[in-house]
Design a binder for this molecule. Structure first.
Ligand SMILES: [Zn+2]
Length: 88
């Protein structure tokens, strides 16, 4: 039901548990850390869509008078959100 995860270290393919989708898991064969494809849950998707919408809104608002500054502000929001998402 989930996408299988492929270990880049030993080439093993395994079925991740539901709570492991979109996260990091240790390979059952070689024990090294593997990134499991897929998204964590609908809330996570909603959060990402919200962040992109916020970046566009900020970029549009700031860029009304100065378009280059608007693009920079939008990129800053996206970059900040990306950094935040790495902390989870
Ligand atoms: Zn492995």
């Amino acid at each position: 039901m989930h996408e299988p995860a492929n270990c880049p270290h030993c080439g093993d393919s395994f079925e991740p548990r539901a709570d492991q989708v979109g996260g990091l898991v240790n390979c059952p064969r070689c024990g090294r850390v593997v990134q499991v494809p897929g998204l964590r849950d609908p809330l996570w998707v909603l959060l990402r869509v919200g962040v992109v919408a916020a970046a566009i809104a900020v970029g549009w608002f700031v860029g009304k008078d100065q378009p280059p500054l608007g693009i920079a502000a939008g990129a800053a929001v996206l970059g900040g959100a990306w950094l935040l998402s790495r902390a989870f």
